[in-house]
Write a protein that binds this ligand. Structure first.
Ligand SMILES: [Zn+2]
Length: 320
């Protein structure tokens, strides 16, 4: 049997037919074009599934179930997206709509949970019983997997690890609070910190780069630091410490077997992971026990597809 995983993003809908061993038989994507009616978006999902099945000679009988990872807050029991800021959605019945085209069980979960499950099943955390998977992008996506189940709270809205305050009265966050981890340790955070440092130190290479017309981003701030600019280096060091503050919180709360670091920051490898491990060793509450591994995510964008494909089997309650 095979499953179908749908990673619904603000820009693209990525879909894969996934084998029982979590390998992707075939994947494809179409633009989400989120301004159009959601019915049209679901219709495109169904068309892409049919196309992928046709191209691989997969029959409907071979498909066990379909899973969708969606941005926003899902009602996983009803298969409804309650709200999504990214897509501008309010109460969208994804399961019911997709079932108009394809008569298979359709499971729904949050996209960050699906990506976390993908890494847990087939990526960096495969073979473990528990892991917290963090994706550092515009914000911080988190997925908590405990005892082989996605933990998202009694109402499925938990696991929002980016919105834990690390600085009371700090920077405003998109959620309405101030000082959230995500406001400091995301790409948005490091870009703000880079710009502030460039303002304060116009003589720095960082400021010169910006003055040449290049917009600062996570990658070029790291590059300038590695090339020897002290100001950029301070920004990077502080940024890594912000990441560490949250990682230590995660370890103190969950003590998972692994903390998996994903997103663009993972490409920096040990340059980021080694200091994180040092901070964790120094700062966790319980220093007498074995520490969780801090490792980089492996699957990139495929994690969302693979996790979605199997999400129905790993939700904390039976949802259909
Ligand atoms: Zn927040």
């Amino acid at each position: 049997m095979k499953n179908i995983g749908i990673d619904l993003g603000g820009t693209n809908i990525a879909i894969g037919i996934v084998n029982e061993d979590y390998s992707i038989l075939k994947k494809g994507s179409v633009p989400t074009d989120s301004h159009r009616p959601w019915q049209d978006i679901v219709k495109d999902m169904a068309s892409l599934i049919e196309k992928l099945m046709k191209e691989t000679g997969t029959t409907m009988d071979e498909i066990k179930e379909i899973g969708i990872g969606s941005p926003g807050t899902p009602d996983i029991e009803k298969g409804v997206v309650l709200y999504s800021n990214n897509l501008g959605w309010d109460m969208v019945p994804l399961r019911e709509e997709l079932n108009k085209y394809i008569d298979k069980p359709v499971y729904l979960d949050n996209d960050a949970n699906c990506a976390a499950l993908g890494e847990f099943l087939a990526g960096a955390a495969s073979g473990l019983d528990s892991a917290v998977i963090l994706t550092f992008g515009t914000g911080i996506g988190g997925g908590v997997i405990l005892n082989d189940r996605i933990w998202s709270g009694f109402n499925y809205a938990g696991g929002e690890l980016g919105h834990v305050v690390i600085k009371t009265g700090g920077q405003p966050c998109t959620c309405g609070r101030n000082g959230c981890w995500e406001a400091y340790a995301s790409m948005t955070g490091v870009i703000r910190q880079g710009n502030e440092a460039a303002d304060a130190h116009p003589e720095s290479e960082l400021a010169k780069l910006r003055a040449s017309g290049t917009k600062l981003n996570g990658r070029n701030i790291f590059e300038v630091a590695k090339a020897g600019d002290d100001v950029a280096q301070q920004v990077v060091d502080q940024f890594i410490f912000y990441i560490a503050e949250g990682v230590v919180n995660v370890i103190n709360i969950f003590q998972p077997e692994a903390v998996v670091i994903g997103g663009a920051i993972a490409n920096e490898g040990d340059y980021v992971l080694e200091p994180l491990r040092k901070y964790a060793k120094r700062d966790v509450f319980c220093k007498q026990v074995k520490l969780p591994q801090i490792i980089r995510a492996k699957l990139g964008n495929d994690a969302g597809i693979i996790g979605a494909a199997f999400v129905g089997d790993y939700q904390s309650k039976k949802t259909m």
